[in-house]
Design a protein around this ligand. Structure first.
Ligand code: GLU
Length: 446
């Protein structure tokens, strides 16, 4: 089998969100697993709404997720190809001019509904003569162009949904070119899929009807249609769809919130699949879990709070090497032992900075019972300290004072860290070191 060529085709009209990420990841990881090519195609035929700023942010997001595209194309560079395709369709009678206004179409639609007829375009424009058209154009009307659908049932074998059948006689002939000459999404997408030799169109199930139309366009342009996979869409826990307006679920928002890209990717790929949603640190491993035939057909409901759990679980397993540079950037690189001591307590990597401050100071100790703390200080082992020091010390304190359990540990934790919670003191104590520990135990800020 030849290597797959796939594309992620966002319109650069906003920041992408976790739902768009599902599409991007399924494409990119499928291509990566199969040794194929991942194309980023900007669907920017709507020149007024498309912005460079959003195109840049989409590329930043893909890089952050670890799926940089192999090739980037933009539809706004490719109008000549669309014009040529439109001419071909006109020449074979599949693209025809229509002159109805929105109001006229709306009026007819209502009349059809009132008569119990399906509200599909009645193809009145196909009956216009040359003279009719000339007259309408003289009146100042500019045509929009519809694709003449064959009244057949289009069939394809969808990788997710299995055999699909769409009866095109129940659809309106779609408008491909607007009255101002601009293209709707439908035709340019097919032209690009042909020209870029796309083998698999992997996209959301909201495009199923488009697919039937587009398969007819592929055929009308003399090309074989690619393989299709329409996956379920993400919805929030309350059942809402995702839109570009849900800012906090934008990739930028999730990144700014301190989430790991692998947490976002694991959720986006695994939710609504046969696999349990779990953190997968390696994208190659995540790619192996993609199985189109096991993506559920129902909308994939996800819980935002799941992202936090996945994130924490990823951090708990994260090796020092993977995070060292970022810790340095946060001024929180206090060595491997420090990282291994604190990672289990971190919701976000950036929270390591709080614990770096606990080991390096300054910390304001919290001491209630100074007599107990003094007795404990007297039992402190000699330097050098290591991870066995805490146990040796607390056993000595217990022997000297008779205090045990939480009554023993909590005052020491409060004195040493100023906090009532945190990583194991066995690991923290040698990082704090004898000098700072003694100072804090005597009540000094250190
Ligand atoms: N620009 C379209 C979208 O974002 C692309 C759909 C497709 O993959 O063909 O929905």
């Amino acid at each position: 089998m030849s290597k797959p060529i796939v594309r992620f085709a966002p319109s650069p009209t906003g920041h992408i969100h976790i739902g768009n990420t599902r599409v991007a990841l399924l494409n990119a990881l499928y291509a990566r697993r199969e040794g194929g090519t991942f194309i980023l195609r900007f669907d920017d035929t709507d020149v007024a709404r498309s912005k460079q700023e959003y195109a840049d942010s989409i590329q930043t997001d893909l890089n952050w997720l670890g799926i940089p595209p192999d090739i980037v194309v933009r539809q706004s560079d490719r109008f000549d190809l669309y014009d040529a395709a439109a001419e071909r369709l006109k020449a074979v009678g599949r693209l025809y001019p229509c002159y109805e206004t929105q109001e006229e179409l709306e009026f007819r639609r209502k009349r059809q509904l009132a008569r119990g007829l399906p509200p599909i375009y009645d193809r009145a424009a196909l009956k216009l003569t040359e003279e009719d058209r000339a007259r309408l154009e003289q009146e100042g009307r500019r045509p929009h162009w519809r694709f003449r659908l064959e009244p057949t049932t289009v069939v394809w074998d969808d990788l997710v949904r299995g055999p699909c059948h769409v009866d095109c006689s129940s659809l309106s002939d779609p408008v491909l070119v607007r009255g101002d000459g601009t293209y709707l999404y439908t035709l340019p997408s097919v032209v690009d899929d042909i020209e870029l030799k796309i083998t698999h169109v992997i996209r959301g199930e909201d495009h199923v009807t488009n697919t039937a139309v587009q398969i007819q366009i592929f055929e009308a342009l003399g090309a074989a249609a690619p393989t299709f996979a329409h996956h379920s869409l993400l919805i929030t826990a309350s059942g809402e769809g995702l839109s570009k307006r849900l800012g906090h679920l934008s990739i930028k928002g999730l990144r700014d919130a301190g989430l790991e890209p692998q947490a976002v990717a694991s959720l986006a790929v695994l939710v609504g699949s046969a696999e349990a949603v779990r953190p997968v640190a390696d994208l190659g491993e995540l790619a192996k879990l993609i199985d189109f035939s096991h993506i559920s057909r129902a909308p994939a409901k996800f819980d935002e709070s799941e992202l936090d759990h996945l994130n924490a679980r990823l951090i708990h397993e994260m090796p020092y090497e993977a995070v060292r540079e970022r810790l340095a950037g946060l001024d929180a690189d206090a060595g491997e032992a420090f990282w291994l001591a604190v990672r289990g307590n971190l919701p976000k990597v950036r929270d390591a900075a709080d614990w770096a401050k606990v080991v390096r100071g300054p910390v304001t100790p919290a001491i209630e019972d100074m007599a107990f703390i003094q007795a404990a200080t007297a039992a402190l082992p000699e330097a050098p300290w290591d991870t066995t020091t805490w146990k040796a010390w607390t056993e000595a304190v217990k022997a000297a004072t008779g205090v045990k359990g939480k009554a023993l540990f909590m005052p020491l934790r409060l004195a040493l860290t100023g906090l009532d919670h945190g990583p194991e003191l066995g690991a923290l104590l040698p990082l704090i070191g004898p000098e700072r520990a003694r100072a804090r135990l005597s009540g000094q800020v250190a």
